[in-house]
Write a protein that binds this ligand. Structure first.
Ligand code: SF4
Length: 698
């Protein structure tokens, strides 16, 4: 008899439910889970092709040390020994973990606990730093906690949906399908797309604002002024639930309408139309994604958006609110356990002594980290400078995905000890591993993930573990045991980890923190097996329910009020005579990250088969490159060679190139070798959307 298993898609932050069926002959097929409240049976092209990506080609099936097969005991002893020796000789901050939004929450929890509680350093950062850390910083500034106030349903209930820096059609396709279906049913609903490119998402837009790169702070500061001037703000909400209005208004007011036009590059008529729509529509949802986050002013952009929703009181009620769209399947779960170097655990703050004490007591930990650790860019710089003596990379491929990627490769080459846990034996990163640890892949591993609407869902195993591959949480717990912390890491199953994580979220919480899933503390393994998707918060004693935050205030700053943040646009035109183009990197519809899984599907690769750069026809003519000709893109950091795709969807003077391809595909295919390591001052998130480059025919 075929066996069906309910699980969750491992790709984007929509977090769709999947039903995987294993037939009697072992063949696997997938379909959308009709009962999952985030997708109601829908899947996009990537989710539908999951069964084509689970073969064992290229898998690493046993531990390796220096390229030779080793036993788990030998490999784990070596990792634990190298970390312990570095800590003993150079201190806890001489070691680091670089983890991933591809990890399940249980893996993430154990990694964070080991580094922050038992090693005593906060040097654990994640590729979520490249993805959502500006949203985290913006949420914490405004709300006092990293809270997404709304739900996916709000996009369907809104009368105006603003998509800022989001190619929803390609990057969150099922949510786009839900939005498009709602708009088709209610044609009066308006959609505004804010993006320098005319993407596929703009095809359903009533208004496409082809904004200058990084013009968003000016755009939303101008909107804030417009709302105040037109008396379109909610004075009652402002007075009862916010502070900082006067300063935020003063900062926004310094910008004249003419300056907003100049900084956004938008025609006055379009700008006025957007401001009018926003001011006159009560039910507004503003979704924002990487075009907002991946910027040297990403946190200010987030707060400029939040200011407009807080000042109008349009937050946390059906059909209204700001909405951060996470890029990865578990970017939220990682944040919940404190997977970022500047967070603690269960949305507690590393900078708060009471929180540190609370976590230390709960974990019975010897030495909780006292200060933030190194964020991703700084972490790899520290590796390159020899300050990190032992590094463990899990479920990510930084030699392709980090900015200044060639420098990351050089840093790894020079690092005294690098352990890599991955499913594949040969990636651009595994070649630098002294020890390679075989991990479980999708369909083999068990745990939970949290999607963009705070919904926690189970990923379930329906395939046997191949070879000697083991779960990441198990690898971490085994290393912890070898470092002398056996009692605190005596987990026998992911359910044990989840139960502890839920208990920590409720520990001395009493409503002071937003993240509370105490209802699941002490969850039995059998109950974990059948756990249905649920949205947090879920404190003990409350039935699972749809939830929104902040409709009637209740923010997490000490005074219970939100902060309106004074923001001012910074000059971000980085082009000059030598590097006259602005490069914007991003995703395409049918590939995921560095293609280690989606690259296996011929069907997915048939959408776009090769790395490319989109150029405006006149720019292409000026540099003398024809459609499908080779174009070399260069910055002071590095260069990449890709095919030209000539299209009027691209603005003049700008280039779009996808982030996916890697040197396993072709030499010089890694676009992140071109991207410099410029970061947002608050979040540390790299600015991947506004890179000055030269382009020439190759
Ligand atoms: Fe997977 Fe995202 Fe597609 Fe849903 S929308 S099937 S989560 S890639």
């Amino acid at each position: 008899m075929p066996v069906e298993t309910k699980t969750t898609c491992p790709y984007c932050g929509v977090g769709c439910g999947v039903v995987a069926t294993v037939a009697e002959d072992g063949g696997v097929s997938v379909r959308g889970d009709p009962d999952h409240p985030s997708n109601y049976g829908r899947l996009c092209s990537k989710g539908s092709a999951l069964a084509e990506t689970i073969d064992l080609d290229g898998r690493i099936l046993h531990p390796e040390i220096g390229g030779r097969q080793a036993s788990w005991d030998e490999a784990l002893d070596l990792v634990a020994g190298k970390f312990a020796a570095a800590i003993k000789e150079y201190g806890p901050d001489s070691v680091a973990f670089y983890v991933s939004g591809q990890l399940l929450t249980e893996d993430y929890y154990v990694a964070n606990k080991l580094m922050k509680g038992f090693v005593g350093s906060a040097n654990i950062d994640t590729n979520s730093r490249l993805c959502m850390s500006s949203s985290v910083a913006g949420h914490r500034r405004a709300f006092g906690a990293d809270t997404v106030p709304g739900t996916y349903e709000d996009l369907e209930l809104a009368d105006l949906v603003v998509l800022a820096g989001s190619n929803l059609a390609w990057c969150h396709p099922v949510l786009y399908q839900r939005l498009a279906a709602a708009k088709a049913k209610r044609p009066g609903m308006k959609v505004v797309v804010i993006d320098p490119r005319r993407t596929m998402t703009a095809d359903i837009a009533d208004l496409h604002l082809a904004i200058r790169p990084d013009g968003d702070v000016a755009l939303f500061a101008g909107l804030f002024s417009h709302l105040v001037a037109g008396d379109a703000v909610d004075q009652n909400y402002i007075a009862a639930h916010t502070s900082g209005f006067a300063d935020a208004f003063l900062a926004a007011g310094r910008l004249s309408f003419a300056e907003v036009l100049e900084r956004t590059g938008l025609p006055a008529m379009q700008l006025r139309e957007f401001y009018r729509l926003f001011a006159e529509t009560e039910k507004v949802v503003t979704c924002y994604s990487q075009g907002v986050n991946q910027s040297s002013s990403g946190t200010d952009k987030v707060n400029a958006i939040l200011n407009c929703h807080l000042a109008t009181g349009r937050i946390g009620r059906p059909g209204m609110g700001p909405f951060s769209l996470t890029g990865q399947p578990n970017a939220m779960g990682g944040r919940e356990v404190g997977g970022l170097a500047n967070m603690l655990a269960a949305h507690m703050a590393l900078e708060n002594a009471d929180d540190r004490d609370r976590v230390q007591r709960f974990w019975r930990a010897p030495a909780v980290a006292q200060k933030p650790g190194l964020k991703a860019v700084d972490l790899f710089k520290a590796v390159g400078e020899g300050r990190i003596k032992a590094l463990w990379i899990m479920a990510t491929n930084p030699v392709v995905s980090m900015p200044d990627a060639d420098a990351v490769a050089e840093a790894l080459e020079a690092c005294p000890f690098v352990a890599v846990s991955d499913v594949l034996g040969k990636t651009d990163t595994t070649r630098y591993a002294h020890v390679l640890l075989p991990s479980l892949g999708w369909g083999e591993k068990d745990g939970t993930v949290t999607n963009s609407e705070r919904r926690i869902s189970r990923q379930r195993a329906f395939l046997a573990a191949p070879g000697q591959a083991r779960a990441d949480w198990w690898q971490l717990a085994e290393v912890a045991r070898r470092m002398g912390f056996a009692d605190a890491f005596a987990y026998a199953a992911p359910a044990d980890v989840f139960s502890e994580h839920a208990a920590l979220s409720a520990f001395e919480n009493d409503g002071r923190r937003d993240f509370d899933i105490g209802a699941h503390a002490g969850l039995a393994r059998a109950a974990y097996e059948v756990l249905d998707p649920f949205q947090w918060p879920q404190p003990a004693g409350r039935e699972p329910a749809e939830s929104r935050f902040f409709g009637t205030g209740g923010f997490y700053h000490a005074d219970g009020k939100a902060r309106l943040v004074a923001v001012a646009p910074a000059e971000t035109d980085r082009t000059d005579a030598a590097y006259p183009f602005t490069l914007n990197t991003g995703r395409i519809r049918d590939q995921w990250h560095t293609m280690t899984r989606t690259g296996k599907s011929a069907r997915l690769s048939s959408h776009i088969a090769e790395p490319f750069a989109e150029l405006h026809p006149r720019d292409a003519m000026e540099i003398g490159v024809g459609n499908a000709g080779l174009v070399e893109i260069e910055s002071p950091q590095g260069r990449a060679v890709v095919r030209a795709l000539i299209t009027e969807r691209q603005a003049r003077g700008s280039i779009f190139a996808p982030m996916h391809w890697n040197d396993q595909f072709a030499a010089r295919a890694r676009i992140d070798a071109v991207v410099p390591a410029i970061t947002d001052p608050f979040s540390g998130q790299p600015a991947s959307k506004n890179v000055a480059v030269a382009a020439r025919r190759f």
